[in-house]
Design a protein around this ligand. Sequence first.
Ligand code: MLT
Length: 325
Amino acid sequence: MNRLLSSVLAGCAFALLATQAPAQGYPERTITIVVPFAAGGPTDTVTRLVAEAMSKDLGQQVIVENVGGAGGTLGAGQVAAAAPDGYTLLLHHIGMATSATLYRTLPYDTLNAFEYVGLVTEVPMTLVARKDFEPTDLKGLIDYVKANADTVTVANAGIGAASHLCGMMFMSAIQTALVTVPYKGTGPAMTDLLGGQVDMMCDQTTNTTKQIQGGTIKAYAVTSPQRLDVLPDVPTAEEAGLSGFQVGIWHGLYAPKGTSADIVDRLSKSLQVALKDQNVVDRFAELGTAPSPEADATPAALKAKLESEIARWKPVIDAAGQYAD
Ligand code: MLT
């Protein structure tokens, strides 16, 4: 066989092995999960618990990088542009769906920039305020904020954040616009709420449960259909007289488009193992939530969820008429 033919065949064999090698040896080094919000918030809390459990399963370090800003779209854009090698992932929530409508331009194409790994959890929200805020119940809160609309401040994590969506739903429900104060995440927002620098916030139980239980912030309602075991004295919004105010913040794990199918499959299987990890189950329960079931921690389930949620929230956002510039 002539030398040219043998070198061509050798090259083809190498190329074939090179495309397969990363999956067979994967993971060979540290994996980074980007959280598109500041450290200390609910998304960060969920991700660090999942990352620790996935690290045990994968036998490699899984670290968290916080990239806050623009309601989560900066961090999502960073992962969309990352190498599709399985070593940079994104853990994001409902904001992936709402930002597709809220932002006229995004640094990524929502439905074509990512591979889907699986759903992670769905977290209820709580309507909370600084502990010395005057109103003592949801009816009193609604009356108070309507009468003081130009001074009451509502914290959120930027347009596209879950806290922004919930705040927007609240203001639409009471037909009153309030002064919003954006942060890079509801971790830093909670610091100001505890310090009394901001009046109220709608945030996930993964960030508010301990403070509510400790009496360092005031809770008026939960956005879940039923009361939560961890917050038995906090009424649902429905009970408290605000009908239709139900929202659950689902979270998904993504990889950049082009990440190989067998790496995505390995990650999905690791996510499913992590969501059964006892520490994840126990800590999620303490914070008012639960891991997604195994059947939802799959690429197909996350794809379907994202597509249906984009369609669901578009009319709600269009009705509110609030968009990012
Ligand atoms: C949000 O409000 O979207 C996030 O929960 C903020 C955060 O995780 O810090």
